[in-house]
Design a protein around this ligand. Structure first.
Ligand SMILES: C[S@@+](CC[C@H](N)C(=O)[O-])C[C@H]1O[C@@H](n2cnc3c(N)ncnc32)[C@H](O)[C@@H]1O
Length: 281
């Protein structure tokens, strides 16, 4: 059905298409609705998008696993390709379990975990203060710092599920990324060093410190990077249980289990709301 905004939407759609937006019409509808009949607001939104800023930065939100996620300008936009990994993490997290989301960015994965397991303890970390502020805006208990560095020491060897979407693009491949990512998203979120593995290897080591016996690491990576992780996995006493592939058969993530360490102590619910459980017994 045609509405009063349709000519405006068509004009915006044409402008976005000229700027190279693939889903120009859907994006135009979103921006027109967001501008709420204010032409100056609409012009600002469209100009930003036409200049290549990620749509989620322009609108301030995106959808992830059916949730609306706040995405601040300058923070990595959660990808739909990460959703199966987040859903798998929910399936593996006991009702009153403990999860740590390393490299949390906007906190999308942590927010899904906390939403699905409200009695669980879900913590997150990120090295970028802007990402931490964004994750906090999504209700995530986020700690600023390097990987597991800021995680309370009493969680070492006691975590049920570690998730991570670290930067894993090899530096040489950054110019091949879509322009939204290449020209706008922070290199800290994307650049994995010369082979893409610099943070990935350290994520594996961190998971080795955090996970209890039989606890699971779910980590996103690029094609073939699982082979490059073999040494780090062996050192951390972690074993690949499953490979998560997308509809094209491309590897998206690995599910890895810790074979050593102490077993789960049982429920960790007997703690004040919002506190970190003491699992050091
Ligand atoms: C690819 S983004 C993923 C964000 C989020 N997990 C998601 O899927 O939307 C990677 C994130 O890792 C963070 N990061 C990079 N190096 C880190 C480190 N050494 N410790 C903690 N966070 C780090 C970046 O700031 C960025 O927010």
């Amino acid at each position: 059905m045609r509405g009063p905004t349709e000519p405006v939407t068509r004009a915006v759609s044409a402008r976005l298409a000229r700027a190279g937006c693939v889903a120009a019409h859907e994006e135009a509808e979103e921006l027109v609705a967001l501008a709420a009949d204010d032409p100056l607001v609409l012009e600002t939104l469209v100009a930003r998008r036409a200049a290549g800023e990620p749509l989620a930065w322009v609108t301030g939100t995106t959808r992830f696993c059916g949730h609306s996620v706040v995405v601040h300008r300058g923070v990595y936009v959660p990808r739909w390709q990460t959703e199966p990994m987040a859903r798998r993490a929910v399936a593996l997290l006991p009702e009153r379990g403990v999860a740590v989301d390393l490299c949390t960015g906007s906190g999308a994965v942590a927010a899904v975990l906390a939403g699905a397991r409200p009695a669980a303890t879900v913590l997150a970390t990120d090295l970028d203060p802007a990402a931490c502020a964004c994750a906090a805006a999504n209700g995530v208990r986020v700690h600023h710092g390097d990987l597991d560095g800021p995680v309370p020491p009493n969680l070492a060897g006691a975590v049920d599920v570690v998730t991570a979407v670290p930067p894993y693009v090899p530096t040489w491949a950054l110019p091949t990324l879509p322009s939204d990512a290449r020209d706008h998203e922070p290199p800290l979120a994307l650049d994995g060093g010369h082979d893409g593995m610099a943070v990935l290897r350290r994520v594996v080591a961190a998971a080795g410190r955090l996970l209890r016996r039989d606890g699971t690491l779910l980590v996103e990576l690029g094609a073939d990077q699982d082979r490059l992780l073999e040494g780090a996995l062996a050192t951390a006493q972690l074993v690949v249980r499953r490979r998560l592939v997308d509809a094209d058969g491309d590897l998206r993530a690995v599910e890895v289990v810790r074979t050593q360490g102490r077993c789960r102590d049982g429920p960790v619910a007997e703690r004040p709301a919002g506190s970190v459980p003491n699992l050091s017994a």
